[in-house]
Ligand binder design. Structure first.
Ligand code: PRP
Length: 211
């Protein structure tokens, strides 16, 4: 029997879209549609085992080999820089990481810029690249509140439709990173389960190219 491919899917809308791609590419797992709280689903016939993890944890499972492959946003990959292979851009989950602030904010380069973000590594790299001195304020959510309440001057955060910024009287400024979901693989799995992983990756690439 062929070895199972362990696939880490990000819990939520992106993961559901990603699973549909696998399903259409011929790697379906009908039990995943059952209404329950199970986290692992497998279809031995197709040689696949899926599990739902927190989106930012996908790269941890893949890097450490608990998952052979997974779906991770480019934001998560850029933030954690895991030692994994990026096999394909799925073209879903498109958004961008941007600097945003109050509409009347005017940067004064004589002062350290206070930056609130969930992505300290990406924010630091960006401001290093433009030689701007910053003070990072690491938050875990509702980042938009920070400039409104005077906790920070700007935020570095994900912008999808722009609605959250708009409704909180903030505006996007520079784009830091364009984001989409990527198919990623564990380096050892890629070597030892090469045939299956490459076949899956190719089947998915064909599907994306034709959609
Ligand atoms: C993300 C991001 C923004 C929002 C952007 O938040 O941090 O708040 O989505 O989307 P929009 O441009 O379409 O309005 P998320 O829902 O992940 O929640 P959190 O960061 O506040 O936890």
């Amino acid at each position: 029997m062929k070895p199972m491919i362990n696939i880490a899917l990000p819990k939520g809308r992106l993961g559901e879209k990603a699973y549909r791609i696998f399903e259409q590419a011929g790697y379906e797992c009908p039990s995943i549609h059952e209404e329950n709280r199970k986290l692992i689903f497998e279809n031995p016939e197709k040689g696949v085992r899926y599990f739902w993890v927190k989106p930012s944890d996908v790269v941890i499972y893949v890097e450490r080999g608990a998952a052979d492959i997974g779906i991770a946003g480019r934001d998560i990959i850029a933030e954690y820089e895991p030692s994994i292979y990026e096999l394909a851009d799925l073209g879903i989950g498109k958004c961008r990481m941007a600097v945003a602030c109050k509409k009347d904010f005017c940067d004064n380069r004589d002062r350290t810029l206070r930056v609130a973000t969930k992505f300290p590594h990406i924010a630091r790299s960006y401001y290093n690249s433009i030689s701007r001195e910053i003070d990072i304020i690491k938050l875990n959510g509702s980042i938009e509140l920070a400039p409104i309440l005077g906790l920070s001057d700007v935020i570095v955060d994900i912008v999808e439709t722009g609605k959250t910024l708009y409704e909180n009287d903030l505006e996007p400024r520079e784009t830091v990173l364009d984001i989409s979901a990527r198919l990623v693989a564990n380096k050892v799995s890629y070597k030892f389960k090469n045939q299956q992983i490459r076949k899956m990756s190719e089947d998915i690439a064909v599907l994306i190219a034709n959609s």
